[in-house]
Design a protein around this ligand. Structure first.
Ligand code: GDP
Ligand code: ZN
Length: 296
């Protein structure tokens, strides 16, 4: 029998594939190893079931794939920064946003611990730049419902942030609001795994299947280190630059310090936040010498 399904868990060479309301334990065909590609959590796959143990026969085309955490077809990345400890780092936020945009993942910008310090400035900055944002406190409950609503749409959402930003506290508050399956709710809200296994949990939502990726042991640093952006695409990874990109004086403008650059004009007039542009310039410097063949 052949089915199509979603890999919701991968561990020790076994893949757990959700097809409708059933989950099948599968092995992967040796061919994948030969081709240097292995199935990832989040992959849509074709499986065949001859015995109790299924076989992953084919990986359907991916929309995107992260290396660390190993996760395919991500729809949303919730980027969490703390208002206080550890303090927000706009460069790290902007680089994570750029990585998300480059991979066609919708970034959602969340500031946590706003009971300790208000975060209106940065929240407004990212809202004005065109992002979904939220200021939350797991202590007072502020903003939790908003984040739950943002992820209750068809597709896969993952949370990222440095250790200590309040990622687990937030997840533990959000998930009861949108969890559908009792068995699952017991599994989440647990302490840290020691092994880095990635798993998708189904949550309730409207219009289709919704999942949250649990990525214990991974932090934003893993994403920041493992993903690359091509120099030519970087400008498109800053969405608020878009209205200005065609108005620069020179074609091929790098938008760093060129004369007649419409992006620089927009920074000067306040239409683009200077911290966003500063992050762009730092990133441009990072990627400008990276050759296309070095990109995965
Ligand atoms: P994680 O490492 O990102 O998963 O962070 P945790 O959820 O473990 O939280 C780290 C620390 O911050 C813990 O001591 C939490 O109690 C605290 N914390 C988390 N969220 C909040 C919040 O909204 N307000 C305050 N005041 N403290 C928080
Ligand atoms: Zn320019």
């Amino acid at each position: 029998m052949n089915y199509e399904g979603l890999i919701i868990r991968a561990t020790g060479g076994f893949y757990y594939v959700k097809c409708g309301s059933s989950v099948y334990e599968c092995r992967a065909r040796g061919i994948f190893r030969k081709d240097g590609i292995s199935p990832l959590v989040g992959d849509l796959v074709k499986i065949s079931l001859e015995t109790e143990l299924g076989m992953v026969d084919e990986i359907l085309p991916r929309k995107n794939a992260l290396v660390r955490p190993p996760l395919a077809n991500l729809d949303r990345l919730v980027i969490i920064s703390s208002a206080v400890e550890p303090p927000p780092d706009t460069f790290a936020i902007d680089k994570l946003i750029a990585i998300a945009e480059y991979n066609a993942i919708e970034p959602i910008i969340v500031f946590s611990k706003v009971d300790l310090s208000e975060m209106d400035m940065l929240t407004q900055l990212y809202k004005a730049a065109g992002f979904k944002t939220a200021a939350i406190s797991s202590t007072t409950g502020e903003g939790i419902k908003e984040v739950a609503a943002m992820i209750s749409h068809p597709g896969v959402s993952a949370f990222t942030g440095n250790s200590g930003v309040g990622k687990s506290s937030l997840l533990n508050k959000i998930l009861p609001l949108c969890l559908e399956v009792g068995v699952v709710s017991k599994k989440l809200g647990r302490g840290r795994h020691t092994t880095r296994t990635v798993e998708l949990f189904e949550i309730s939502g409207t219009g289709g299947e919704c999942f949250v990726a649990d990525t214990p042991g991974f932090s934003s640093l893993d994403i920041l280190r493992a993903q690359f952006i091509s120099k030519d695409q970087l400008q498109f990874a800053f969405r608020e630059f878009a209205p200005f990109l065609d108005s620069c004086k020179y074609t091929g403008c790098a938008h760093v310090k060129e004369t007649g650059c419409a992006v620089l004009e927009a920074v000067k007039s306040g239409e683009i936040a200077s911290s966003r542009h500063a992050s762009y310039c730092t990133l441009y410097d990072e990627v400008k010498d990276v050759k296309d063949w070095q990109l995965k």
